[in-house]
Design a protein around this ligand. Sequence first.
Ligand SMILES: Nc1ncnc2c1ncn2[C@@H]1O[C@H](COP(=O)(O)OP(=O)(O)OP(=O)(O)O)[C@@H](O)[C@H]1O
Length: 267
Amino acid sequence: MTMLLPAVEETASIEARAVSAWFGERKVLDRVSLMMPARSVTALIGPSGCGKSTFLRILNRMHELVPSATLAGEVRLGGDDIYDSSWKLTDARRHIGMVFQKPNPFPAMSIFDNVTAGLKLTGTKVRSSEKDDLVAECLVKAGLWKEVRDRLRQPGGALSGGQQQRLCIARALAVRPKVLLMDEPCSALDPTSTRRIEQTIEDLSGEVTIVIVTHNMQQAQRVSARCAFFLAEEGAPGGIVEEGPTETIFGAPRDERTADYVHGRFG
Ligand SMILES: Nc1ncnc2c1ncn2[C@@H]1O[C@H](COP(=O)(O)OP(=O)(O)OP(=O)(O)O)[C@@H](O)[C@H]1O
């Protein structure tokens, strides 16, 4: 099989610099800065409503799709500001993929076509002769190949929830993103499927930069190298209280609020 996904050196870090966000008049994030290093997993943790999903959506320009939504600050992919006028929305989407809470394959489309679905949307050109290899490679990387290799023409909707989520990961990988954003990717899945996705995340982490929102503290510990703890104090916008190596955030956090949260005392 020809290797078609990006070589390691083509991947990149993603960095938020003083990012603030509003829905209408309401400020929900205040000057959040975070470096998410290349080829590793960063977990965003914190109680409900503190702005983790909003922050994640800002990282691939999805926030601006909400009519009342505005933002300030910079997001840098490698050295490039993805909000610069020279960047098109489709550039951001191609380089920075997203996997959502609920698996969202195209149910009537075949497994094969689901994997290639993003190519056209993002203007990624792949020769027809290379498509078979690309599909196989993405399914291997998403940990789904062995289960579907003999039924690539069957509909995506016929797969189990966990398989559908891995299909969505394969679809996201097909456009060769540098970064993969995951918004609670296991929250709709059973423990076995969750473990399978976690394994996939681990396998991918050496080649794609991953940022994952999770409410599951064990999961954050299992999959991430670094963690950022978000919090919105009452009536105030969300921000990062503390970030650093996952071991430190869980084992020796500096801030009492971080310790309380990771030990399940609130949230
Ligand atoms: N489309 C929207 N319109 C208006 N307000 C919104 C919208 N989306 C989110 N918000 C508000 O922005 C704040 C941050 O929400 P966000 O979903 O980013 O938090 P979160 O930390 O991801 O929460 P959860 O863990 O529950 O998913 C919340 O107060 C929420 O009510």
